[in-house]
Design a protein around this ligand. Sequence first.
Ligand SMILES: C[S@@+](CC[C@H](N)C(=O)[O-])C[C@H]1O[C@@H](n2cnc3c(N)ncnc32)[C@H](O)[C@@H]1O
Length: 307
Amino acid sequence: MIEKIKKMISDPLYAQYVWRRIYLKLLGTEKVFAHKSEFRSDSENGEYGAAVMKALESQKYFDNFKRNPEYQAILEHVNRDDGEKYLNITLSRNDGLFDLALKTSCRADDVGNPIKYKYPDIAEALSPNTLRYIKVSSDLSGLFGREFKSIAEIGCGYGGQALVNDQLLSVNLATLFDLPFVNELIKKYLNSMLLNGAYRVRAINESCPEPYDLVISNYAFSELPSILQRTYIKKVMAGAKRGYLTMNSGLGGERSEGKLTLKQLEELLPPFEIFEEEPLTAPHNYIIVWGHNGDFASKYMKQKKLD
Ligand SMILES: C[S@@+](CC[C@H](N)C(=O)[O-])C[C@H]1O[C@@H](n2cnc3c(N)ncnc32)[C@H](O)[C@@H]1O
């Protein structure tokens, strides 16, 4: 409790989130869950599910879903400064992906009414969340090349990373794993665009083990309870030739409670390397990568030093 109060004092956004939860509780707003409590991830707080359902039920709501505070507590909360850091990292690599993004992903980036900011030397305002997706696509391109027969993604939000990958890389088929009602939002979002490749959505219970070319997950696999992490490893990750996971659990901190430790992940996943998350968005974050091009990693990524 004291920790929570200290965090509320030091972090106004967190304070706003806590007050809003209290307000919604007083209003008696209905919560929406996909799983029984023991199978819920950090994001299954009930309010996130309710925000997703509203976006599915009302076009007016869908047109603004990226501004919903309950939605922003889980996704769509990259701040302007981190957006600039993602932008500068991508530009520093000279891989042409940012220019391509300006003509593609950024041009179409108005569905759901994202918050956008102006950045130096760029005419149009940009969403910092999309800048993060572009930086991840740039990582994928450097680490694994640009051609993928099949990518599996675990925990895909509204499909933002999948959309940017589709525009900047060559992806034949993306299999997107999320909660059943989130999968409906992904379909609504991606079907409002025109893709180069194809996608399909899956809930984990609807899938059998398959060998994917690449499996990715940003702040999502790491938020699942360990029992579900083991299932995703068995069905989606163990057979994947390549992997890229942005992690916010496994190395200590309160988010690691109930999740697999890094040592357990080393026993269960294909042999991997560990890199710094850049920019670092939380103290215990890191990136797991396997099956990659070591030259790109040694030039552009920093090995994570473990105590
Ligand atoms: C913090 S968000 C990250 C979303 C996205 N990767 C991004 O970076 O914008 C966590 C994601 O995990 C999803 N999620 C929650 N429980 C899940 C589950 N059991 N299986 C798959 N995805 C889940 C949420 O719906 C959400 O899309």
